[in-house]
Each structure stands twice: as structure tokens, then as C-alpha cells.
Design a protein around this ligand. Structure first.
Ligand code: FMN
Ligand code: SF4
Length: 221
């Protein structure tokens, strides 16, 4: 933005903060009104790591990066390659509160990744409760799914996101689920939604749900 703070300004500030005793410098750029987007899925993964790299060249305290890093393997690569010393996550923990545990175990396919749709921000700016497009359980972490009193046979018609999520939840609650899908693939409208330019992150949700169908051995016909 014309007249805004640029990297060179931030480097001067970081140097002074270090001299004043800061033990860590965290880097990120922009604000919601910036002409360059910060958060939507059109922003490439790891788009702000270059700021941490630039800081690391001029200061000695650890430097943190973050923003649009939704895959723990990318975070690990960034640290391994010395581009930053720490990585912070925001939305990935809304999308999947078990992200850290799954990442530590190497269960990457089991992580429900943030698709950077920004619905959580929309909810916040309209002063509603923060909601997440890929995690209907957001805010209910203290009330995990309970087993149903009686296990029932359930038929779900349609293997789009709603059908797969219903199948996942019903199975976790102890029901015996059959999922009918007329196509030879699962995903429904998510497949179409991912085709537009910059909407590729939508595939993360399709992949996650398909993987859950396999993991929970759901009978798909
Ligand atoms: C619902 C929500 C509200 C946020 N509010 C603020 C805020 O008020 N001020 C701020 O500096 N960052 C805010 N953030 C940004 C986070 O602190 C974090 O830096 C950012 O989400 C990191 O990017 P990531 O979500 O792609 O990991 C918010 C993030 C979310 C998801
Ligand atoms: S609503 Fe969920 S998936 Fe969408 S940006 Fe927010 S945390 Fe990510």
C-alpha cells in the first residue's frame, strides 16, 4: 500500500526490538483492508515466509512465520530449510483441534485442513459465533460426540460433503451406515467448487472426507 510500512521499515523495527531485549520476532504482513489479500485461498500456502527469511538475515533471536500454512509438512519443511525458527497456526486449529496430535503421529491424511475459505472471519465480523465450513463441531470441543443409545441401520443418499459428513458422524455414534452415490466417485458439488481458479484448496475437504469413509469402513454403494 502506498505510504505503508515496507519490509525495510520492519527490519529496522525488528533490529531495535532485538537491541531492546526482544526474545522472538514474529513476522506477518497486511491487514484486512490491504489491497493484497492475506487470508483467502487465492493466497498461496506459505506466502509470508519470505518475511521471516528476510528478518533472519539481520537479527539473531528466533523468528516466527505464519499465515496460510495449513499443512504440518509445509511447516516442517520451512523449519528444516532454515527459513524460519517457529511456525504459528490460526485457522488450522479451528478446522481441526486435534491437528497437533495428528501431526506428531504422522497421521496427515486424518487432519481436517483449513481450506482458507474465510467463513470464520465473516462470522466474526457479523458478530455471530465463530463457525467453520469444514468443522461443524467448532466451539463444541467440550461436548464430544456420544454413542447413540440404540444402534440403527441408516441409509444416506448422496456422497457429497453433507452425505459424507452425516455418514462420518452417524458411524462415530455407533450406527451402521450405508451411503448411496450414483456417480463412480464421492465429493458431489465439492468437485465442481474446486475447479474455479484459486479454489483448489477445496480438494482438501473432499480428500479428508473420502479418507474418513475409508477409515471408518463405511459401506458405499
Ligand atoms: C476468527 C479469527 C479472528 C482473528 N482476529 C484477529 C485479530 O483481531 N487481530 C489479529 O491481529 N489477528 C487476528 N486473527 C489472525 C490470527 O491471529 C492469525 O495470525 C492468523 O489466523 C494466522 O493465519 P492462519 O489462520 O492462516 O494460520 C484472527 C484469526 C481468526 C481465525
Ligand atoms: S471457516 Fe474453517 S476452513 Fe474456512 S478459513 Fe476458517 S478455519 Fe479455515
Amino acid at each position: 500500500m502506498d505510504g505503508g510500512t515496507v519490509l525495510e521499515d520492519a527490519q529496522i523495527m525488528a533490529k531495535r526490538a532485538e537491541q531492546a531485549g526482544a526474545s522472538l520476532i514474529h513476522t506477518w504482513a497486511g491487514w484486512h483492508e490491504s489491497p493484497k489479500p492475506m487470508l483467502p485461498m487465492s493466497v498461496p500456502r506459505g506466502a509470508f515466509v519470505y518475511l521471516a527469511e528476510a528478518m533472519k538475515k539481520i537479527i539473531n533471536v528466533p523468528v516466527m512465520t505464519g499465515g496460510r500454512i495449513n499443512d504440518p509438512r509445509l511447516a516442517s519443511d520451512i523449519i528444516r530449510d532454515g527459513r524460519a525458527d517457529l511456525v504459528h497456526f490460526g485457522r488450522p486449529f479451528l478446522a481441526d483441534p486435534h491437528f497437533p496430535k495428528k501431526a506428531m503421529k504422522g497421521d496427515f491424511d486424518d487432519i481436517n485442513m483449513c481450506i482458507a475459505c474465510s467463513r470464520c472471519f465473516d462470522a466474526m465480523t457479523t458478530r455471530g459465533p465463530v463457525v467453520c465450513s469444514v468443522n461443524a463441531g467448532l466451539g463444541q470441543e467440550g461436548n464430544p460426540l456420544e454413542k447413540a443409545e440404540k444402534s440403527r441401520k441408516i441409509l444416506i443418499i448422496g456422497g457429497g460433503p453433507a452425505g459424507m459428513e452425516a455418514a462420518r458422524v452417524a458411524t462415530l455414534r455407533g450406527h451402521k451406515v450405508t451411503l448411496w452415490e450414483k456417480n463412480d466417485h464421492l465429493g458431489g458439488n465439492l468437485i465442481t467448487a474446486s475447479l474455479a481458479p484459486h479454489k483448489e484448496e477445496t480438494n482438501c475437504l473432499t480428500d479428508y472426507l473420502k479418507n474418513q469413509m475409508k477409515k471408518l469402513k463405511i459401506n458405499i454403494q
